[in-house]
Design a protein around this ligand. Structure first.
Ligand code: GLC
Length: 428
């Protein structure tokens, strides 16, 4: 019964959100159907490209826009659900100077690279976007060399999903979480997983473990400083999790979705993942944990200090090669409107970039973990900001993978990471 009412509430909320979304679509942008030819004033149909929409919010979003803009329709293209493949698809398109993609979803870690290459339209002058009220970190992540290049659509912070039926009080430290692994064992479950396959998600996770113990990948001037006693403590704690079997070996193949599936199947006690998992674990027909899970801050190295999340999230940018930039800018404003962000939260539990929504009474009632999420995002550490990010993330992924797969000792892995980062950041 409780479950039924919860789902009914969600459905009602989603319905209300769709209505307000349509209102937003109608009020945003111009109704002009003229086909001006000057680049920044040109209007017409556009294509919007983003990673796989696991939360089923893209179709209603685009439908609402299209209804209000019959002459400037958006065609949505979904890429795979894997960050690296999304990146490579965009790069290919930009390198070909193709106008096939007008608006693209940019992971926070790609802004510097894409902007430095001249692939994104700067959001200034006629193309300016008002970022008042946004979480500062999301604006910073969309900015390069003091110029805004993208509109922050959703933020992301790591949180700990846990089985509240089995662990009534969530662990606040990693040591306590490992102690709770006895509960997993008794119930024939895996204890903990994050994203440990060799891809961008591993950069996120390995960095979180090192940051949680006081380490840093780069210092404030961008110089690699990862070979430190603090980072070593963090990486060693993660490696120990694998050695002790607290983290199943299988997690070496997990991206976001595999961990989510294991958690929803009731096979995992603790999962580090992003906010999008919340709605799916609650509403997926196949989820076995609908009423059995809750969210807590990431566990820390010591009591009283939660773990440090890597800052995630996505912004929408206008390709430098778009032929319909005026329409594209209106679509960016629509995508980041308060109504749209509320819809994204209600329907897909995607973290808003507008700060006020974290204290929106109706949202907090339905999503009691919103304050936890806000804290995770506000204290999150950005991954290195550099045009050479692809080589930087490779350096982090390759060497942390060597450590967690137990091929290389953590101290050696960090020395190798430091050397690879130094080469990567110098652009060599
Ligand atoms: C999420 C984050 C993004 C990150 C990716 C890694 O999509 O929002 O910033 O790079 O996960 O898999």
């Amino acid at each position: 019964m409780a479950l039924y009412s919860k789902r009914r509430t969600l459905t009602l909320l989603a319905g209300a959100a769709t209505l307000s979304l349509m209102a937003a679509a109608c009020s945003s942008g111009s109704n002009s159907s003229s086909s001006d030819t000057s680049a920044d004033n040109s209007r017409g149909p556009i294509t919007y490209v983003q990673g796989k929409d696991n939360s089923d919010i893209l179709a209603p979003t685009v439908a609402a826009w299209n209804k209000a803009h019959p002459n400037e329709k958006v065609t949505a293209k979904e890429q795979s659900d894997q960050a690296d493949q999304q990146h490579d698809d965009l790069v290919q398109n930009f390198q070909a100077k193709s106008d096939a993609y007008d608006v693209v979803s940019v992971d926070v870690v790609w802004t510097a690279e894409f902007a430095a290459k001249g692939w994104l339209t700067p959001l200034k002058g006629d193309m300016a976007l008002d970022t008042t009220g946004y979480l500062p970190a999301t604006v910073k992540a969309a900015t390069y060399n003091n110029t805004l290049f993208a509109a922050p659509v959703s933020s992301d912070g790591g949180i700990l999903y846990y089985r509240k039926d089995l662990v009534p009080t969530p662990p606040t430290t990693i040591d306590d979480m490992w102690k709770d692994c006895a509960i997993a064992k008794k119930n024939n479950m895996d204890c903990y997983a994050g994203q440990f396959a060799k891809y961008e998600g591993l950069t996120v996770n390995a960095t979180e473990w090192m940051n949680t113990f006081g380490g840093k990948v780069v210092d404030d001037s961008g110089k690699p400083v990862v070979d430190s006693p603090e980072s070593l403590k963090g990486l060693t704690a993660l490696v120990d999790g694998f050695k002790q079997g607290y983290i199943p070996k299988q997690a070496l193949t997990y991206q976001e979705e595999q961990g989510r599936q294991s958690f929803e199947a009731g096979k995992l006690l603790f999962l580090r993942n992003w906010p999008y998992v919340y709605n799916l674990a609650l509403t997926d027909a196949s989820s076995k944990v609908k009423t059995k899970f809750a969210v807590a801050p990431l566990p820390g190295a010591t009591a009283g200090n939660p773990g440090t999340s890597s800052l995630g999230g996505h912004s929408a940018a206008i390709s430098a090669y778009s032929k319909h930039k005026a329409t594209a800018l209106d679509f960016l404003k629509f995508l980041t409107s308060e109504e749209q962000q509320k819809f994204n939260m209600e329907k897909g539990s995607l973290a808003p970039t507008r700060e006020s929504l974290y204290s929106d009474a109706s949202l907090v009632k339905t999503y009691p973990y919103l304050p936890t999420l806000l804290k995770s995002i506000q204290s999150a550490v950005p991954r290195p900001v550099t045009p050479f990010y692809p080589a930087v993330t490779t350096a982090i992924q390759d060497n942390s993978y060597a450590a967690i797969s137990l091929a290389t000792a953590p101290d050696q892995a960090l020395k190798n990471m430091q050397a690879a980062l130094t080469a990567a950041i110098s652009g060599s």
